[in-house]
Design a protein around this ligand. Structure first.
Ligand SMILES: Nc1ncnc2c1ncn2[C@@H]1O[C@H](COP(=O)(O)OP(=O)(O)OP(=O)(O)O)[C@@H](O)[C@H]1O
Length: 468
């Protein structure tokens, strides 16, 4: 009560004693003036002395035993403010991927918040109700703000609070990794520790991807306005061991999305593919790894084109029937799914293809608009090495770095191999030993490459070359 009284006085810009006098006068008026007079005038009187609006958000819905979604969104939204302002807090461990601690206001605590320069006040309240058979507690949040900002708070601010609360909840939830099996999705908890911080790649490229993902995930209004389905396609390509799968995990952790790992070879046909895709939830990444190996998509299209040209009349119909009995997923089926299906599903989805052989893919599959962003994951460069040295050896710089830089420029080693060579054998790591181990491995790769080249040249320019 004292807290509430002080906040009210604070909001009115009055001292506690002036507010106390006003409240005393109000009590006298209530006692001596006719009831109907108060009812008519009370609104104006109250607005004069207390020009604040209050909104209550109950914890339980009218069904009493269900927790209100808005209450829980508000609770989540207020966590950040609560941790810096409230004196008494409630703590609970969130069962998410990081097992973090969630703090919320204890009963009868108050905090303030600011939105577009407008200050509002949130209080957490509890009342105890006794019925004949039981006694129960009713919790609620009370939002107080100046009447002047009624419009702004009722529309923009509350929308902002509920949206932010939902987004934080989504990011903190236990996320899932789905795989398709026998035409159904099954899932396990997704607990990959990869992050963009630990991903070894050129920092400028990395930042560009992170910015692109942020813009996409905040782009609901934008996609609505331009009339496009809220989806984005990523093509990750590069040699094995350059971090394509790791990047998908980092993307999922960055955005707080689930992953649907679609195994195309296990999909019976286009209809099943369509159904599986429709069943994916929003805020998810749908991945098709090693798409070049998934099914023979490229040749399928070429073959069917040739077939179509040859076919005519009933033979064409017959062939199609036969084909549908045996066919698996076709390229056109996949293209239709990538293009069309999303417009039927609300919510944001990323679709990511990975391949070791980008040149093998049908251009139609990866054209912009389908795969909007093409990201090459190359062999390990010096900047990528620095990330690994920081992660594995806690090293920002070292006199051996220049030697490593020179060797990386002359050789082709994947980040997976560099990481393996940097793996500490002792704790704490013997940094020099690890760097020397990497240098040794790089030198060996260089020697092998030189030897192979010499053999190749010998074959090319050998005595048999050019002879009949
Ligand atoms: N860029 C990278 N940054 C950090 N770690 C990496 C990177 N690339 C590879 N690694 C490490 O190497 C291992 C293999 O990487 P990953 O599976 O992501 O490669 P990939 O490109 O998907 O390979 P493939 O094409 O064979 O599927 C990972 O466990 C990861 O620890």
């Amino acid at each position: 009560m004292i807290n509430h009284f002080n906040i009210a006085a604070n909001m009115l810009g009055l001292s506690g004693s002036v507010l106390a006098t006003a409240m005393f006068l109000w009590a006298i008026i209530q006692q001596y003036f006719p009831h109907n007079f108060i009812n008519k005038r009370s609104k104006r009187f109250l607005t004069l002395f207390y020009p604040y609006i209050q909104i209550t958000f109950n914890e339980l819905t009218s069904e009493r035993f269900r927790r209100s979604e808005a209450y829980s969104d508000i609770e989540t939204y207020l966590r950040k403010t609560t941790s810096t302002q409230a004196k008494r807090l409630k703590a609970e461990v969130i069962k998410n991927n990081t097992q973090s601690l969630a703090l919320s206001m204890d009963d009868h605590e108050e905090v303030s918040d600011e939105f577009n320069g407008v200050k509002v006040y949130w209080a957490s309240r509890k009342t105890v109700h006794d019925t004949q058979s039981q006694s129960y507690e009713k919790r609620y949040y009370k939002l107080t703000f100046h009447n002047r900002y009624r419009q702004l708070v009722l529309t923009d601010y509350l929308k902002h609070v509920l949206k932010q609360g939902k987004e934080i909840k989504l990011k903190n939830r236990l996320r899932k990794l789905y795989t398709n099996n026998g035409g159904q999705w099954t899932h396990v908890v997704f607990e990959h520790p990869a992050s963009f911080q630990t991903l070894a790649m050129d920092p400028v490229k990395k930042q560009e991807i992170m910015d692109d993902l942020t813009t996409f995930s905040n782009g609901e209004e934008f996609y609505k306005r331009i009339g496009r389905a809220w989806k984005r396609g990523y093509l990750l390509y590069g040699p094995p061991g350059t971090g394509k799968s790791t990047m998908i995990a980092a993307m999922a952790n960055f955005l707080g999305y689930d992953i649907y790992d679609l195994e195309l070879t296990a999909v019976r046909d286009n209809t099943e593919l369509k159904r599986l895709l429709i069943e994916t939830s929003s805020k998810s990444i749908i991945t098709i790894e090693d798409i070049d190996c998934s099914t023979d998509l490229t040749s399928q299209r070429k073959e069917s084109k040739v077939l179509e040209e040859k076919e005519s009349g009933s033979t064409k119909k017959q062939n199609k029937e036969n084909e549908s009995k045996t066919s698996k997923v076709t390229l056109s089926g996949l293209l239709n799914s990538v293009d069309g299906i999303w417009s039927a599903c609300g919510g944001d989805r990323l679709i990511v293809f990975t391949t070791n052989h980008v040149e093998k893919l049908d251009p139609a599959l990866i054209r912009r608009g389908r795969m909007d962003k093409h990201v090459e994951l190359p062999y390990c460069g010096f900047e990528a090495f620095r990330v690994l040295a920081r992660n594995y050896l806690y090293l920002e710089t070292h006199e051996l770095f220049e030697r490593v830089r020179g060797l990386l420029e002359e050789t082709k080693m994947t980040p997976a191999d560099v990481a393996e060579n940097l793996m500490p054998k002792t704790s704490p790591p013997d940094q020099e030993e690890c760097l020397m181990s990497l240098i040794g491995a790089l030198e060996k790769v260089k020697e092998d490459a030189t030897r192979n080249k010499a053999v190749e040249n010998k074959v090319k320019n050998g005595p048999l070359n050019g002879s009949i």
